[in-house]
Design a protein around this ligand. Structure first.
Ligand SMILES: Cc1cc2nc3c(=O)[nH]c(=O)nc-3n(C[C@H](O)[C@H](O)[C@H](O)COP(=O)(O)O)c2cc1C
Length: 208
């Protein structure tokens, strides 16, 4: 029997000691069997990323999770540095660059703004899916399957109970991806994988 897909969580938060939501989310997934958790700021306080080691880790895992707070409509800086250095031409994309083909990317973000703020009429004018397009297209260019993101909105005013509910959903999604128990096609129609409607397809083994 083939081993189930393994999950690599690349976590980026520059001030974890002040975190209210990500700190709760990571507790739900760190230490799960088949899951490698990597705190990029802890690993690289000087941004001195060990490219070959990171590439090896990517090769060893099938599901790549990018978890971070949403900063200036993007990620904290180390994740950009990671992309710039690790996703090399001829390795991740371009001529002969097929190292990541067939892998899956799930982005897991917390936003200060509420869901209503991420609409045409809202203060941010664009949807989260639109604002995350650079991440989605980067994954696609590398031949990876980018799933709808896991989004915990309204992080600044979030109650501890709501954060724990998100953490529980996060654990379910990670376990289901690890166990190849996500019915992907119907989920693609949803803005976020953790909406109530999309979660109905998480934990459902495709083909019985
Ligand atoms: C530098 C910085 C930039 C931010 N930019 C955004 C943003 O563009 N959109 C948004 O909704 N929230 C933004 N926020 C709020 C963060 O997303 C929020 O602090 C985070 O989700 C809280 O998660 P934590 O409790 O794990 O720290 C920003 C916060 C900081 C510190």
């Amino acid at each position: 029997m083939p081993s189930p897909p393994s999950v690599l969580i690349l976590f980026a938060h520059p001030a974890l000691e002040k975190s209210r939501v990500n700190a709760v989310l990571i507790e739900a997934v760190r230490g799960l069997p088949g899951v490698t958790f990597r705190d990029l700021y802890e690993e690289y306080p000087d941004f001195d990323i060990r490219v070959e080691q990171e590439q090896s880790l990517l090769l060893e895992h099938d599901i790549i999770v990018l978890q971070h707070p949403f900063y200036w409509y993007s990620s904290p800086a180390i994740l950009k540095e990671y992309q710039d250095l690790v996703l090399q031409h001829g390795w991740a994309y371009g001529n002969g660059g097929e190292a990541l083909t067939g892998k899956t990317v799930l982005q897991v973000i917390t936003t200060g703004g509420r869901e209503t703020a991420y609409q045409r009429e809202g203060i941010n004018r664009f949807t989260i899916r639109e604002l995350l397009v650079p991440f989605e297209q980067t994954a696609r260019l590398c031949g990876m399957d980018y799933l709808p993101p896991f989004v915990a909105h309204g992080s600044l005013a979030m109650t501890p109970e709501a954060a724990l509910k998100h953490a529980d959903d996060y654990r379910r999604v990670v376990e289901a991806l690890r166990d190849d128990a996500v019915n992907r096609d119907p989920i693609r129609e949803h803005d976020r994988i953790n909406s109530e409607a999309a979660m109905a397809f998480v934990g459902v083994r495709v083909g019985g």
